[in-house]
Design a protein around this ligand. Sequence first.
Ligand code: ADP
Ligand code: MG
Length: 495
Amino acid sequence: MLEAAKRIADKKDWIKGATGDWEIIIGLEVHAQVTSKSKLFSGASAEYGGAPNDHVSMVDAAMPGMLPVINEFCVEQAVRTGLGLKAQINNYSVFDRKNYFYPDLPQGYQISQFKQPIVGEGVVTIDLDDGKSIPVRVERLHLEQDAGKSLHDQHPNMSFVDLNRSGCALMEIVSKPDMRSADEAKAYVTKLRQIMRYLGTCDGNMEQGSMRADVNVSVRAPGAPFGTRCEIKNVNSIRFMGQAIEYEARRQIGVIEDGGKIDQETRLYDAKKGETRSMRSKEEAHDYRYFPDPDLLPLKLDSARVAEIKASLPELPDEKKARFMSAYGLSAYDAAVLAAEPPSADFYETVAKGRDGKLSANWVINEFFGRLNKEGKTIETTPVSAAQIGGIVDLITAGTISGKIAKDVFEIVWTEGGSPAEIVETRGLVQVTDMGAIEKAVDEIIAANPDKVEAVKVKASMLGWFVGQVMKTTGGKANPQSVNDLLREKLGINQ
Ligand code: ADP
Ligand code: MG
């Protein structure tokens, strides 16, 4: 794990400056809204949407004398997430008041955790495009309240406040500065979201603000000590985060190469302009005057309860991927695609159960997912079931239909429904294994193409052309292996 701290970026991720090469260092603070029915310290609904101020209790509106009561389910969700990040669970943690004024914060402080968070150090293994996996260390996870929302576009000369989000439970997950490129940061957020979706602790819906990131970026000469960082606040899309990192790194390199130095500051990413701009400098940074919230006792977790939660965790993405590779013989890539989300993983396993794992994976990924994508459908809205795809795989495995006919059957099942076996039976799609019929087709092709017959003797790869012709005249129903064998024999090709 120490290597994660000392790791130098791959050369392909270095940025060429005017004076030499540069490396990007990234650490992320991700805010993830806890999936729960009610808020962290009140019974009001935590549901997304609703008319403004529909989901607001006296506690969320900070009426005088109201007392927060901890939502045990939210605490368990944080523990579950911590366990999913292979992190230290702290049996003793403390809620603090983080004091600041803002119109969407009626309490005048946010209840958060500062020195003693509920979850300590953990790790997220991120998967990169080149098939490599690397660890990114998590420093901590703490629970805190979300704020409300100011609405500036509802009235010509007034701003309104919607407190629906006020008091909703957030998990702030802080990484160590272990990422070295925009792609690594994107892979980290993607993986974090995947883990939380598996756990059911955060829906990861970035458009609805369920997940947003503060992105800390600095640059250095490869392997040099860390430089001063800037923090880009509240980035709410993975794509924008990538763009913001690339822009910010180049901006910092420009400043340093021009003889300037980086001021530690908070910046905002303007997606329309594709640039970051300064929001406030370190000097203007708030002094939050943290102190333990006197309305709340320290949070004590029972080890037995934590062990129970641990035992109830579902199989997580990394483990599922590894099992798909070993149990079904899949490549790392295919296993990762199938394990991406629980519904797709379950769908695959229903198909693959008792069948050829690789053939099943090919069908699920290429034909099925391909078609879903093309038609903008999902596993929830698919017209084709796992049982139907399994039926097609069975027919291929039994040699009843060729791969080509199987695609036709899939088309019929997709548009008309029905059982693949029955479709093949009633529409006469059964593969021709009658050697007499195949031989006749082979002989005709050979007789009609003497020039090609000469050519294939010099260039054996021409055989594919013959196979294609025979398949064509038999309407794709000839058994490809038999066609191949017969052609080799008749054309005198041995290998
Ligand atoms: P603060 O409490 O002031 O926000 P932290 O040390 O908690 O500072 O760091 C906040 C985030 O900044 C963490 O995610 C961390 O990984 C990241 N970070 C710290 N130093 C650097 C750096 N030099 N470059 C990039 N990111 C950094
Ligand atoms: Mg911070």
